[in-house]
Design a protein around this ligand. Structure first.
Ligand SMILES: [Fe+2]
Length: 361
């Protein structure tokens, strides 16, 4: 039986809901198999629920997760919010690119860090919640120049993570600027290395690593918060001292830099590149869970993973064996392995190690 995904603005009383609706915190707002009321619609709007799934009139009530229509992200691309997000993103990215190219070519100072950070805040302002930021980013990674798109994405993700960590507004503002300029040294690395689809040779990797010190040198004399300069230098340092260029560890790495380090790696793992598809967020979470706890600030990382996975509560996913189901419960012991509902049955991925989420639909 068919299921239709509709925007919350299209929701009407009496519609039969096909899937449980959860808020950001994983609380059930409205159960599947019940008819919408005016009060329920108001509540979902209050919680910024963008879409719900319903059974179209006359389609019966059988549960079937195989929805043959536009995917969630295809549908999201048709919304006004996406159009606004994408326009703001492209505008800020092109201002950023123009300014940086002038600085790299002719030297000089950053003239526009406030404009850029206000631009990032404007991009964030078009999103209603942390959930939406990640959904919209997933759709928007189309800006051609990898370094600029990556840097803006990292600024956006860092700001969201800073909010989840309870940072002050002033810290979040600085965090945005740290994200914007963290990889600026890459503009001095040969393009053929930056855009190389295959793994780098050891020599190329050594050259790539110098983007940290090169970035610091570009920013060193500019009128920027010193944490912005340190982030350019230290965002590849790791908590256990295994990073570069200095090999420093723990508290020696500034807390804003520790946030950017997580956002940077997450973005690099989940963004599509010319030569590979975007990695599923749950795969990135799995990688962080298996080898990230010693490398990144543990408290920040756990908070990040908890929130990221919660963003996908209620989403339809495909497992590696082809099963399609809906995420209904997060396992705190392993955030990458939630409970999935398939029709009337439940699969606990925590208890089924051979299965994992391959794609968010
Ligand atoms: Fe970097």
């Amino acid at each position: 039986m068919q299921i239709k995904r509709i925007g919350i603005n299209e929701a009407k009383t009496g519609m039969l809901v096909a899937e449980d609706v959860f808020n950001d915190g994983g609380q059930l707002l409205f159960p599947a198999e019940a008819r919408l009321t005016e009060k329920a619609i108001t509540r979902m709007r209050f919680h910024s629920i963008p879409f719900i799934k319903i059974y179209p009139e006359g389609s019966g009530t059988d549960i079937n997760d195989g929805v043959d229509e536009l995917s969630f992200f295809e549908k999201l691309r048709e919304t006004e919010e996406y159009v606004a997000f994408n326009e703001n993103f492209s505008e800020v990215a092109s201002v950023f690119e123009k300014e940086m190219r002038v600085i790299i070519r002719e030297g000089g100072n950053v003239t526009d860090s406030t404009t850029l950070s206000n631009g990032v805040k404007k991009i964030l302002g078009t999103c209603r919640s942390g959930i939406q930021v990640f959904d919209l980013l997933h759709c928007t990674r189309t800006y051609d120049e990898v370094v600029f798109a990556h840097s803006l994405n990292v600024a956006i993700i860092s700001a969201v993570l800073g909010g989840w960590l309870g940072f002050t507004t002033s810290e979040i503002n600085t965090l945005i600027v740290c994200g914007i300029y963290h990889d600026i040294g890459k503009l001095k690395i040969p393009r053929k290395i930056i855009e190389k689809p295959e793994a780098l040779t050891p020599e190329e990797y050594e050259i790539m690593k110098t983007h940290t010190t090169l970035g610091f040198k570009i920013l060193e004399d500019m009128k920027l918060d010193k944490r912005v300069k340190y982030t350019a230098l230290m965002h590849h340092e790791r908590m256990d001292g295994s990073g570069y260029p200095l090999g420093i560890k723990g508290d020696k790495i500034d807390k804003l830099t520790r946030v950017v380090a997580i956002a940077d790696v997450y973005e690099a793992m989940t963004a599509p590149r010319k030569y590979r598809k975007a990695r599923c967020p749950f795969e990135a979470v799995k990688i962080f869970e298996s080898n990230g706890l010693a490398l990144y600030d543990t408290e920040y990382l756990l908070k990040f993973l908890e929130h990221i996975t919660m963003c996908y509560m209620g989403y339809r996913v495909r497992l590696n064996d082809g099963t399609i189901g809906t995420i209904v419960y997060m396992n705190k012991q392993e955030e990458s392995r939630p409970m999935i509902r398939v029709g009337n049955e439940y699969i606990n991925l925590f208890r089924n190690p051979e299965l994992y989420i391959e794609e968010i639909l």
